[in-house]
Design a protein around this ligand. Sequence first.
Ligand code: ZN
Length: 160
Amino acid sequence: MGNREQGMGNGKNSFLPLPTLHSLKIDLQAIPLNELIEIARLAREHARAPYSNFKVGAAVQCADGRVFTGCNIENSSYGSTLCAELVALAKAVSEGARDFVRVAVIADTISPIPPCGNCRQVIFELCGREAEVVMANLHSQFEIRKAGDLLPAPFDQSFF
Ligand SMILES: [Zn+2]
C-alpha cells in the first residue's frame, strides 16, 4: 500500500522499485531460475529484521506467470514474526492465486537456506508436493528440491 508512490519520486527514500512486481503478468518462459532468485534477493532488501538482523527474501512463481514477493517481518513479540515465504504466499493467495510452481528463498547464509519446518508445511499444502523449492544464498549458490522431498511425511488433508 502506498509503496508504489514511495518507490518513485525524489530518491530520498530507500525503497527499491519492487512493489509492482507482484502484479506483473509474465510469460513463464521469460522467467529463468536466476531471475526468480534475483527477484527474491531484491525482496530481501525490504526485510524487517531489527532483532536478528537475519534478512530473508522469497519469490513465489504462479502457473499463470505472476510472481509474488515476500520478506521476513520480525516483531518484538517474537512469535508474531512472519517468514518471507509465508508473506509471499499470503500475498499471492490473497490476490486470488492458487496454482504455484516454484518458491525461491534467499538469505545471507554459508549454504543455500532451506525453508523452516512451518514454511515447509505451508508450501506443501499450498503449492503441492511437486512444486520446486529453490534454496539460495547471496553467493550465487542454490539448490532445488521438491516440496514433497522437504516434507516426506506430511500432515495434510488426507487425515480429515
Ligand atoms: Zn519459515
